[in-house]
Design a protein around this ligand. Structure first.
Ligand code: FE
Ligand code: ZN
Ligand code: FE
Length: 164
């Protein structure tokens, strides 16, 4: 057992999130390229820029706690991103694929929301208010990205139904 304290648990969660964001920043350009609906492409590309900022935020947190966040693999993100790759293998370019990509991307956002929400609450509990507020800022962006995907899905799902 290497995690015994709440502080160590927070660091572990931060490492998980850091690995998650690093994987996501590599996946988003592929998702943007695979999408055909312009609004969806744009959503992926703007979340890519946001994600780069989230990595910077985690690096700032790393400085604040004086711990490196490297060296852990987020297997959850690896798994949900693999499901995104399955969508690409199983569909042709078009609106049906786009509907599948939105579903896959929302899995990623929800996983991140759970991670950031927990880490923020751990930081808050430990009285680390600056870290809590940085994590809360990213949580807000993930929620917003998820909402944006829900809005785009209304149009994409209708188009996918018509195309079938
Ligand atoms: Fe993120
Ligand atoms: Zn994880
Ligand atoms: Fe995200």
């Amino acid at each position: 057992m290497s995690i015994e304290t709440m502080q160590e648990l927070l660091i572990d969660e931060l490492k998980d999130l850091y690995s998650a964001e690093k994987q996501i920043v590599r996946a988003l350009p592929k998702l943007a390229k695979a999408a055909s609906t312009p609004e969806l492409q744009q959503a992926f590309l703007s979340h890519l820029e946001e994600t780069k900022g989230q990595i910077v935020r985690l690096e700032k947190i790393s400085d604040l706690v004086g711990k490196k966040l490297t060296g852990k693999l987020c297997v959850g993100t690896k798994g949900v991103l693999e499901e995104g790759s399955e969508v690409l293998e199983e569909t042709e370019k078009g609106v049906v694929r786009d509907a599948g990509l939105i579903s896959a991307a929302q899995r990623v956002e929800h996983y991140e929301m759970a991670g950031y929400g927990s880490a923020r609450d751990f930081a808050k509990t430990l009285g680390l208010s600056e870290i809590a507020s940085l994590l809360d800022e990213t949580l807000g962006e993930e929620k917003n990205a998820d909402r944006k995907l829900s809005v785009i899905s209304k149009q994409v799902n209708q188009a996918a139904k018509r195309a079938s």
